[in-house]
Design a protein around this ligand. Structure first.
Ligand code: MRU
Length: 346
């Protein structure tokens, strides 16, 4: 199978290389991994991040383990690898979706046929993601107000996916179509995905981006400088409630107060029909030092008590539209979500 390359993930057949997103934009450094445990660690430590990219990396982690086991590879011998990858981060459902797809292959095969099937499945997950993002973007562009300036949060671009991006993919396509005038990127404390990654991605393509502190969002909306908000998602439940990077819920409340569209862009692999509502989503709690400091430099009292939820849940009632590669769900609720999913599997 030929190597598969996307902006942050490279598959070489016997190894997985990940662009170390913790070091961007200052350094472009690739890390090469050979085991499922190494991939799980890279996911947990934010070398690779963003829901679709986490799913792709985890799928390759299973292949690496199967190759290591060689003739002994089977559903039983791979069980530990699946478990260690599943334990890496809890909130983005794309991780569990990708592992489930891989597990379906492991059910009946063993040894070389299993390894070949797993590699094919992981490569399919990787290559399909970019194509899905482009379809999603085509559906998303008309949702953005003509000539508007768009606020986005975290990083949902090529780095977070197999390429192009979800919310940032819509922004990219909208800019290429001449539909929008520019972008505000919130810096996204504490990992600064907006500051380090989104502004960098947009600048590379000469898309006008203005970086702001997260707490500037309300002020910008009040002044009429933002015409819509678009974000990605880590898990969307059966009723349309959406978990995404911490701070997303506040943006949705602000958008509603100011009468602005609040749009969620995510592939179908981010929808978790097993969970009835956002109340059931596990929200990852990350280490306190991520909040006490910035990039390892502690600035708060070293022993201050910290809460560091990495995600929050935006109720469906605050969402103007969810856009997937299948189309647009306006004013999402449980019935519309079910209809959208049924349409897909028909
Ligand atoms: O903690 P992260 O950087 O993995 O969080 C990423 C987000 O919250 C993104 O908005 C989401 O995963 C969608 S990425 C297309």
């Amino acid at each position: 199978m030929p190597d598969i390359t996307s902006p942050a993930i490279r598959w070489h057949g016997n190894a997985l290389s990940l662009l170390d997103q913790r070091l961007l934009p200052g350094q472009t450094h690739w890390i090469t991994l050979h085991t499922a445990a190494e991939v799980a660690e890279a996911i947990r430590d934010m070398v690779v991040r963003g829901a679709p990219a986490i799913g792709i990396a985890a799928a390759y982690g299973v292949v690496l383990e199967a190759r290591r086991l060689d003739a002994a590879a089977s559903a039983a011998t791979l069980a530990d690898a699946f478990a260690v990858l599943a334990a890496s981060r809890p909130t983005a459902v794309n991780l569990f979706w990708a592992l489930r797809r891989m597990q379906e292959n492991a059910a009946t095969l063993q040894g070389q046929p299993l390894i070949a099937a797993l590699e094919q499945c992981a490569c399919d997950i990787h290559t399909a993601d970019q194509a899905m993002n482009r379809r999603l973007a085509d559906f998303g562009v008309p949702l953005l107000p003509e000539g508007g300036c768009i606020y986005t949060h975290c990083n949902t671009g090529a780095l977070a996916t197999g390429g192009h991006g979800t919310a940032l993919g819509v922004i990219r396509s909208a800019w290429a179509a001449g539909r929008i005038s520019g972008v505000y990127a919130g810096e996204t404390r504490p990992w600064m995905q907006g500051s380090r990654l989104t502004s960098w991605e947009l600048m590379q393509e000469q898309i006008p981006v203005t970086l702001v502190v997260d707490s500037a969002a309300g002020h910008l909306m009040q002044q009429g400088r933002v015409q819509a908000v678009i974000v990605g998602a880590d898990r969307i439940t059966a009723n349309g409630d959406t978990a995404n990077k911490i701070g997303t819920y506040s943006l949705a409340v602000l958008a509603r107060h100011h009468g602005l569209p609040f749009i969620v862009a995510a592939p179908l692999s981010t929808i978790d029909p097993q969970l009835a509502s956002g109340a059931a989503i596990e929200i990852e709690e990350r280490p306190g030092n991520e909040v006490r400091g910035l990039q390892g430099n502690i600035i708060a009292p070293a022993d201050v008590h910290v809460a560091n939820p990495a995600f929050d849940v935006t109720p469906a009632a605050l969402i103007t539209a969810i856009v997937t590669e299948r189309g647009v769900i306006h004013r999402p609720d449980a019935d519309k979500m079910a209809a959208h999913l049924n349409e897909v599997s028909a």
